[in-house]
Ligand binder design. Sequence first.
Ligand SMILES: Nc1ncnc2c1ncn2[C@@H]1O[C@H](COP(=O)(O)OP(=O)(O)OP(=O)(O)O)[C@@H](O)[C@H]1O
Ligand code: SF4
Ligand SMILES: [Mg+2]
Length: 340
Amino acid sequence: MKIGDMTAIPEPLLEVRDLRIAIPGRQGEHLAVANIGFTVASGEILGLVGESGSGKSLSMLAVMGLLPAGMRASGSIRFKGQEILGLPERQMRRLRGGRIAMIFQDPMTALNPVLTLGAQIVETIELHNPSLSSRELRNRAIELMELVAIPAPDKRFDQYPHEFSGGMRQRIVIAIAVANDPDLLIADEPTTALDVTIQAQIVDILNRLRREKGVAIALITHDLGLVAGLADRIAILYAGRIAECGEIGAVFQRPRHPYTAGLLAAVPSIDADVARLYAIRGTPPSLADRPPGCQFNPRCPFALPRCAEYNPEFRRFGETVVACHRAEELNLASDTADAR
Ligand SMILES: Nc1ncnc2c1ncn2[C@@H]1O[C@H](COP(=O)(O)OP(=O)(O)OP(=O)(O)O)[C@@H](O)[C@H]1O
Ligand code: SF4
Ligand SMILES: [Mg+2]
């Protein structure tokens, strides 16, 4: 069964099925995203996790209709039931910054250095609400600054990005992203460049947005601790495919995919059991020269000959969906210590 069918839920806000993204190269195209599918329900937080290059950002840029020139996406991306993959740019623009918003991976380039922060928030609100007066725009901008916990927003409205710390700038980036009350916020590594206390504050803000505004969030991160504290469900990507996807507690308590188990081993504080798991050796495959079969097989301590021959099917185990030939028989929390 396909991953899109396996992760289907009733009336999803966002439904991505069989997403493939081809990148042109000198030796022809290769698939950076080879088969990704997941859903986000209204008001829920989905964590998207995976090593660098696993296709997290590209998948979400495809949702936004913002893939770099030359890349080709196929499959299906539905938002509120409407197919949006391949939608004309004019219609995509209406969705972007309106119903769907994104915090991009590099927050430092997200703000214009020569415009005040207030003006940048106002600009975004005005784009979708051209009839508001300048007083109304300013008030709405200040409300947003309060929502993201900027102290004394009335005074800070007229300041420039360089007058703000990294954490404060990231709050403004979030305020701009949610300026038009999106249904879905895509947050690409929203805490990576920030120190731990500031990270915790950003997490609080994301939680508040969900609680008070009902915003669904697709949270891209390397940080499993962050996902554990925020997300309802998690999708684990490996080399442009879904390795495992499911309810957060189920995946953390009983990872079914060896890659998930390896990722959890890197954060032993999440659960004492995972301390017994193994560390992942080696590096991800070159996407232009993928290994046959399961993409994780060159690194997997549990690989069998069939793992290099054909791709595992997705299978459901209670609240999780897993692509591993051995998902049924492995009990990773206890088997991994002997795996090597
Ligand atoms: N503009 C681009 N041109 C060519 N290849 C790209 C481009 N952007 C991404 N890629 C390639 O596509 C693959 C997936 O990239 P993507 O940015 O989605 O990874 P990611 O999971 O977001 O990684 P990271 O955690 O480092 O942000 C990688 O192999 C990457 O090198
Ligand atoms: S399919 Fe085989 S190689 Fe892939 S994760 Fe499972 S056991 Fe490892
Ligand atoms: Mg990325």
